[in-house]
Structures are given as C-alpha cells and as structure tokens.
Design a protein. Structure first.
Length: 316
C-alpha cells in the first residue's frame, strides 16, 4: 500500500504518499509536510492528528481535556491552563476592577483554578464554573474541596452556550484562554451577557488572530490546538457591541510569544521525560508535537496569533 489511510481510530502516515484518508491536501500531512519528513510510516492516534476530515466540535475538545493532551497542557502551564498563569489572572482582574465581595461565573472553567484564584486573591465571594468535560469538573470539585472552597465555588457540567444558569444574577462573567474552543462564539457571548446583571462585566482573555495570519496558517494551528475557529480582538468587540455592551478594554497582552518560548524551553530542557510519560513514551509523536509548537512560536513572534484581553459592560 502506498497511500495514507485510516484504520479505525488511527491514521497510517506514509510520508510523501498520496493521502486519501482525509479531505485536506492529497499528500501525507505529517507535521513536517515534506518528503524529507523524518517520520516513517506509522500509526498516529486520532487525537493528535493535525488535520482532520471533519470540522472540530465539542466532542474533540472534550477528548483533549479528558486525555493526554489536557494533561500535557497542565504539565507545562500548571493548574491555570492559560498563558501567563497567576500574573495574567491578576492583570485581567485589575483591568476589570473585580471588586471583593462580588460573585461571578467562569465559562470554560476547566479544573476551576481561575475561580480559586479569584476567591483566594481577589476576595470574590462566590464563583460558579461551567465546563463540558467531566474529567476536569470532577478534578475541579476535588481540588476545591481540598482547598476548603466548596461553600464558595460550585460547578455545572455542560455547554457554556446553554449553561442553564439563571439570568442577570452574576456581577461578572470570567473566561481565560478558553473561548477559542467554543464552536458558536456569537451564542457564547449572548450567554455571557445573559448571565450578568445590568451593568455587570464580561471579562476574558483568549487566543486571538493577529494581522497577517493566512488561511493555511490558521487552519494548521487551529487543527493542532483543536480550535474550531478563532476571532481577532475586533471580532469579539463586534460581538459584544452587537449585544449592547460597552467595550472598556480590548488589547493585546503582548505576552504570548515569550510564553510559547518558555513552554518549549521547559519541554526541551526539564520536562521531556514527564511529557513523554504522558504520551506513552512515543518519541516520534513528541517530535511531531514539538514541530507544531515551533510553528505556533513562529506565528506568535510574527504577531499573527496573540492573547487578547477584553472587558465589556452590559448596559444598565
Ligand atoms: C484551556 S481550558 C480552560 C482553562 C481555564 N480557563 C484556566 O484558565 O485554567 C479549556 C476548557 O474549555 C472547556 N470547553 C471548551 N468548549 C466548551 C464548551 N462549549 N462548553 C463548556 N466547556 C467548554 C474544555 O472542556 C476545557 O476544560
């Protein structure tokens, strides 16, 4: 056989061979995308494919955060799975002026680290998190219990586009580097605005497109990250404005590229064994993931992808 093909949940890569297994370009799409790809024909698990025949959906994202990819992100980023960790959360809370004693909803809260940060360091009275991945919600509940926050932090397992939470109760809605995973962003923003009180705040950071990002570049990095689509900062401004919000902050945090450098450095210099353990000691797979991270780094240094910070107020 010379063509790449799908075998159950696996894709057999044959570098340079015509690929009939997916809808992308008709050549093998190994991370290297070239005939001199160092990978040899081998099996790669579907969760790590960089291009996929079907559009990315919530199930793909749940698979990431239920499996090794999610564990890899936590290895390099820590419990706060967003760029800049504690410092980024603090800057976001400062820019929004989150008051102590307030209550908030974290949309795509993952294991709840952002909520524990807000309660512990910003004096927030109560947080409620929504996330669609059972594994991270269970992990979050256990961590909140271990840190004694069960009475102040609660979780809903579900899609943030239809949280089922009561309208107009929260002082603010919070999100950190997670809304890039949501398929229907207009619906997400509508839900965020629905949840806050009149005059309340929508406060978030996210991975955003920068100027000059080409369609092939966007497709490659989204496929690697499992983002169904991404917006520029202006795209979020438009969605918030359409929902009758006043946008107070819309800026590039300018910390993205340095952090991708940091993650690569950590993986290359300190955490290699731990990362390999998480992915079953599959060295070629590790190399392919590193190649995609290098691609991300190049996009970030060119300003083609960035971390956006937005704060908007719902009309009173
Ligand atoms: C990068 S993690 C969030 C990290 C978290 N905000 C933090 O700062 O630690 C992304 C999370 O988004 C969740 N997610 C993605 N799409 C979702 C959706 N439509 N509804 C609910 N959760 C979703 C995933 O399950 C995952 O836990």
């Amino acid at each position: 056989m010379t063509a790449c093909d799908l075998a159950g949940d696996w894709l057999i890569f044959r570098p340079g061979a015509p690929c009939e297994a997916w809808s992308g370009p008709k050549m093998c799409l190994s991370p290297y995308g070239r005939r001199d790809c160092p990978l040899r024909c081998r099996l790669i698990p579907r969760p790590f494919l960089m291009n996929r025949p079907a559009p990315i959906g919530l199930k793909d994202v749940q698979a990431v955060y239920s499996g090794p990819e999610g564990d890899l992100w936590e290895l390099v980023m820590g419990q706060q799975i967003h760029i800049g960790g504690f410092r980024s959360s603090m800057a976001l809370a400062d820019r929004a002026g989150i008051p102590s004693g307030s209550s908030g909803v974290d949309l795509c809260c993952c294991n709840g680290a952002g909520m524990r940060f807000l309660v512990r360091f910003r004096g927030v009275a109560k947080m409620h998190g929504v996330d669609a991945t059972q594994k991270v919600v269970e992990r979050g509940r256990a961590r909140c219990q271990a840190e004694g926050f069960c009475d102040r932090i609660s979780f809903t397992l579900g899609d943030v586009c239809r949280s089922g939470l009561p309208p107009s109760e929260a002082d603010f809605v919070w999100g950190e580097d997670a809304w890039c995973y949501v398929v229907d962003k207009p619906r997400l923003i509508t839900e965020a605005v629905r949840l806050v009180k009149p005059g309340g705040l929508i406060v978030f950071t996210d991975w955003v497109d920068g100027p000059g990002l080409t369609t092939p570049e966007a497709e490659r990095y989204r496929a690697f990250m499992k983002f169904p689509n991404t917006l520029g900062i202006d795209g979020y401004v438009a969605l918030l404005t359409d929902q009758g919000c006043e946008v107070l902050v819309a800026e590039d945090t300018r910390q993205f590229a340095a952090h991708v450098d940091l993650y690569l450095d950590m993986l290359n210099r300190q955490l290699t064994y731990d990362a390999l353990r998480i992915i079953g000691f599959d060295m070629p797979l590790m190399e392919s993931l590193a190649a995609e991270m290098n691609f991300l780094r190049d996009l970030a240094h060119a300003g083609k992808i960035a971390q956006g910070r937005l704060v908007a107020r719902k009309n009173a």
